[in-house]
Structure formats: C-alpha cells, structure tokens
Design a protein around this ligand. Structure first.
Ligand code: ADP
Length: 219
C-alpha cells in the first residue's frame, strides 16, 4: 500500500467508483456513507467502511478524518449535506478536500468555503463525450489552457506506413506530434522518419484550431 490515505464520503455511483479505483491504484481508502446498504455493498471492496452521517461533527472527529491526506465529498443530490460536510472538513483541518458539485452555484459555494478542488463530473463528462462524438478519432484530450490542447488521435488504417515527415503536421498545421502510442511501447518525441502503424494512437499538441484542421484534413 502507498502512503497517501484517502477517505471518500458518499458511496453513490461516483463515490464508489472513485474509491474502488483509488484502491486499485494501491492506496488505502476509507469509505463513509449514511446509508447502510451503500456501505454494505462496498464492505469487501475497500480498506475500511463506516456507516456515518458526515454532517455530524462528533462523528467525523471520532473517525480521525483529520489525519487523512485527502478527503473527497462525493455527496451529490443533498447539496446541504455536501456543503456542511465540506465546511466541517476544512474546519477540522483536513489538508486536501475535494468535492463534487452538481451545479455552478453549488461549486461556487464549495469554492468560497475553501474546498481545494471542486469537480463537476456530469458537466465534464458531457463536454468530453460531445468532443468525442464530433471527432470519432479523438480518444481523449487535455485542455492546457483556453487555446491549447493535447489530444490523443486514433491513427486511421490508411496512414499505416506513412512517416511523420510525409504528414508534416508542424509545418502544415502548426501542431506537433509529441508521442506515438502503440501496443508494444510508446515512442516519445518521434522523429521525422518514424512510421505510423495500424492501431497507433498519436498524441498531438497545438491550439484547438490547429488540431481540428489537422484532424479534419489528415486523420
Ligand atoms: P451519485 O450520483 O454519485 O450516485 P448520489 O448523490 O446519488 O451520487 O449519492 C451520494 C451518496 O452520498 C449516497 O449513497 C448517500 O447515501 C450519501 N450521503 C448523502 N448524505 C450523506 C451524509 N450526510 N453523510 C454520508 N453520506 C451521505
């Protein structure tokens, strides 16, 4: 087990999947939910589980939550419980509090309270899926800023055997291929002579427009 300890409050769909993934990544995870059934379902999956109402200060203190490195408030529908829990966690001095917001307003309140990171899973997933629907070859992307993006693009069959020099994305479109990911390894900073293979994934960095044009004209 790795050293960082996580607690996840609210074991709904989002909280339970987050908690299980943290465990898979090798971290200790305490799962907390007010609902006995939700806790029971996770009892043999997580390191520890507790049935508790996270809005009750005494309960939270008695669980020693203060000593956890990161606590995630994954309560969604009950906005009041989410906000009260976040205040309490900041109050008792939890180092890093991450909280899920259902709406912009909910997120604003969480920010004001001093939550270290506010996440909007539904909104972000909606945006992500929209991008993937309009560009079928786009597997994933990270927005570096409002203008710059790193995108993972599936290399189509017809580009197999072509070199990076032939496509020349930097000179033609202004974006650069920074890596080629293939089954048996990753080519970091590929050279002009590197050749694409079927089922490769290219990692491209550039402005949104550059990547979009490259994608439309080449991929
Ligand atoms: P999702 O959309 O991820 O399924 P939900 O809002 O449906 O999210 O689920 C959140 C979980 O948070 C539920 O299992 C609920 O029992 C739990 N929960 C709600 N309020 C509290 C609270 N005060 N203390 C602990 N757990 C809570």
């Amino acid at each position: 087990m790795k050293n960082t300890q996580y607690a996840v409050i609210g074991l709904g769909r989002f909280g339970s999947s987050l908690a299980e993934e943290l465990l898979k990544l090798g971290y200790e995870v305490l799962g907390i939910d007010v609902d006995e059934e939700a806790v029971e379902e996770m009892s043999d999956k997580l390191t520890h589980v507790v049935v508790a109402d996270s809005t009750e200060e005494e309960v939270i203190r008695s669980l020693g939550i203060r000593n956890f490195d990161c606590v995630v408030v994954a309560i969604g529908n009950d906005i009041q419980a989410s906000i009260l829990t976040a205040i309490l966690l900041k109050d008792i001095g939890v180092k890093t509090v991450v909280a899920k917001a259902l709406s912009e307003l909910h997120g604003k309140v969480l920010n004001k309270i001093g939550v270290d990171r506010v996440i909007y899973p539904e909104r972000d997933m909606g945006i992500r899926v929209a991008h993937q629907l309009v560009s079928p070859n786009l597997l994933d992307y990270i927005e570096l800023s409002n203008d710059y993006t790193i995108a993972e693009l599936a290399v189509p069959k017809r580009l197999a055997g072509r070199t990076l020099k032939e496509l020349d994305p930097r000179a033609r479109y202004g974006c650069s291929v920074v890596a080629i990911n293939r089954k048996n390894g990753v080519i970091i900073a590929p050279t002009a002579e590197d050749t694409f293979e079927e089922r490769d994934v290219m990692v491209v960095i550039g402005t949104n427009e550059q990547i979009e044009t490259f994608e439309n004209e080449v991929i």
